[in-house]
Design a binder for this molecule. Structure first.
Ligand code: HEC
Length: 208
């Protein structure tokens, strides 16, 4: 009788101890689908995927939303060609000029200054040096060139291709051309008769 008691005490102790083992998973799941997703987790590891990685690269040839191909390469030759041949597809409208000014103030003025004379706050504080005025002699500033430098950056100036879309880069370009004209005392871009269209449609604006 005593022996049975001993054995059962030992058994109960054993069950009590082992039932707590393996605490990575709850021991009993009532309706496990409520806890464990049926679909694959975004960054989960699963046998069915190459390298067991659920997060795959986009299919080759995939084009991101709002992306437009840019055919001028990031080389001196590409830059020269863009300066010469690339034209602003946007109409000059007050809307484009205003948007360009606003975006310029956000992205460019810290270095290039509100007037485009190369005297932005970072230049004044000597954080970045060698920022040119848009009217600097020897620099060929054309609309194509302004767009190109926003795509790729130039030395200590970074690229703005990921912060801005095509439409915005051309709007900024119009404003830069007007800053240059003001510095040089030449003719400004004047808005055409106002039309609703801004000229270029980005993918996001297109109706689906
Ligand atoms: C971090 C400071 C900085 C910011 C911000 C910046 N730039 Fe620049 N930018 C420079 C410097 C420095 C150069 C001169 C690069 C060189 O020639 O080595 C330059 C050069 C240029 C040039 C002359 C390119 C050429 O072909 O000679 C243009 C045009 C220009 N920037 C436009 C812009 C526009 C538009 C923006 C905003 C979208 C902008 N920059 C933002 C620092 C900056």
């Amino acid at each position: 009788m005593k022996k049975i008691l001993h054995i059962s005490v030992a058994l109960i102790a054993l069950i009590a101890l082992t039932s707590c083992a393996g605490d990575t998973k709850p021991s009993i799941q009532y309706m496990p689908n409520m806890y464990e997703p049926v679909g694959y987790e975004t960054y989960g590891e699963y046998e069915v995927f190459p390298n067991q990685q659920e997060a795959l690269l986009p299919v080759s040839g995939t084009v991101p939303r709002g992306y437009a191909p840019y055919e001028y390469p990031n080389t001196t030759k590409g830059s020269d060609a863009a300066k010469k041949d690339l034209k602003n597809p946007l109409k000059v409208t007050q809307k484009n000029l205003d948007a360009g000014k606003e975006l310029y103030t956000i992205y460019c003025a810290v270095c290039h200054g509100d007037k485009g004379d190369g005297n932005g706050i970072l230049m004044q504080r000597e954080k970045i040096l060698g920022i040119p005025s848009y009217a600097a002699p020897g620099r060929l500033i054309t609309q194509g060139g302004v767009y190109h430098v926003q795509m790729y950056g130039l030395n200590s100036m970074g690229s703005y291709a990921s912060q801005t879309n095509e439409l915005e880069r051309w709007q900024i370009t119009q404003h830069v051309m007007n800053l240059k004209a003001t510095l040089e005392g030449t003719a400004l871009l004047v808005p055409e008769a106002e039309q609703e269209s801004v000229g270029v449609k980005t993918h996001n604006e297109q109706t689906h």
